[in-house]
Design a protein around this ligand. Structure first.
Ligand code: HEC
Length: 153
């Protein structure tokens, strides 16, 4: 009686545990999950996370700026101004179009480890920043599109 009882328990245990184990790998997210965004909307989503991880510590959670970095959201409040803000030490060039902002950010940002992100991550962050500034695009943001986005006519 005792032996049968243990065998039954083992069978039940394996039915639950082994079944759970063997199905786990199939539920792992595919490698493509972190692939490059293909649309402006996907860029905004990816950019929101990348901004939070890499830029918000100095530029603020909402791009409002902190003691460690200037405002990057709120064009009407002086964000991404045509001429470098007062006290700027790194920026020398004007921001006429979004391509000018991209060139600056890719080369110099994040300020504590410049150029450390993938190129598509910079474009995603700029898409997120555009959206935060009230601009939505019909197409994916890239260099050619950025040249057509005039910040200061
Ligand atoms: C360690 C702090 C820090 C981090 C992190 C950081 N920045 Fe900056 N950022 C600065 C500082 C300081 C400046 C001003 C540079 C200067 O003196 O011209 C700046 C300037 C900028 C400017 C130009 C603003 C203007 O009006 O001149 C942009 C755009 C920008 N950062 C984007 C980014 C992006 C995008 C990221 C994340 C990938 C990022 N920054 C991460 C500190 C930081």
């Amino acid at each position: 009686m005792r032996t049968i009882s243990i065998a039954t328990v083992s069978f039940v245990f394996c039915f639950v545990a082994c079944g759970g184990d063997s199905s786990a790998p199939a539920q792992m997210p595919p490698a493509q999950t972190r692939a490059e965004p293909q649309t402006f909307a996907e860029q905004v989503t990816a950019g929101q996370k990348a901004y939070g991880d890499n830029c918000a510590s100095c530029h603020g959670a909402s791009g409002e700026g902190t003691a460690n970095g200037p405002r990057v959201v709120g064009l009407d409040k002086g964000a991404l101004s045509l001429d470098p803000p007062a006290g700027a030490q790194v920026r020398k060039a004007q921001f006429k179009t979004l391509a000018d902002v991209a060139a600056f950010a890719v080369k110099n940002m994040p300020a504590d480890r410049p150029g450390s992100l993938q190129e598509w991550e910079y474009w995603s962050i700029l898409a997120f920043d555009l959206k935060a500034n009230g601009v939505t695009l019909e197409k994916k943001l890239d260099l050619e599109v950025a040249k057509t986005i005039v910040l200061h006519p």
